[in-house]
Design a protein around this ligand. Sequence first.
Ligand code: IMP
Ligand code: MG
Length: 177
Amino acid sequence: MDKLRVLITRQQIAAKVAEMGKRITADFAGQPVVLIAVLKGATIFLADLARQIQLDVSFDFIAVSSYGSAKHQSGEIKLMKDLDRSMEGRNVILVEDILDTGLTLTYLKNVLQAHRPKTLRIAALLDKISRRTAPIHGDYVGFAIPDEFVVGYGLDFAERYRNLPDICVLESCPETG
Ligand code: IMP
Ligand code: MG
């Protein structure tokens, strides 16, 4: 049996996401933006963040292979689903659930740069700063968290727990220990 401990409540998430949306609205005042969610973990964050942005917002989705069924990064990143259209000349915000080693977003930033967007920013709800191996930072970051494996609000363990409304630490599970 997995044991869950609430780390960030749904109320704290809602307040933070509203704040992030306000900042994005102010930073891009009057301009359209494209939110690109990294599947699947960022979908719930995207849905909430988009509704806190008072601009002309469109969505796209991209998918990479990353963790598999356990918490350990395979090291190799592969593009599993590309964007639907070109991002040339557009204001792009890459929306990610969590910045961990930074390898995923470094890879995706390079993919996006090749489109020659007008601007390219990163919005990450969570940031495990101590785990970073790639020199990358989020432009809009929700919460810095310690090096613990978390689930909920889109984040999974072996595809489970994405639907939890709070962000929880997954405890007493041998594979995450
Ligand atoms: P990075 O490439 O190491 O930065 O990994 C980012 C990806 O790893 C995220 O998109 C998540 O899917 C996954 N990940 C990293 N830490 C966690 C965690 O604590 N819980 C669930 N997924 C995580
Ligand atoms: Mg993910």
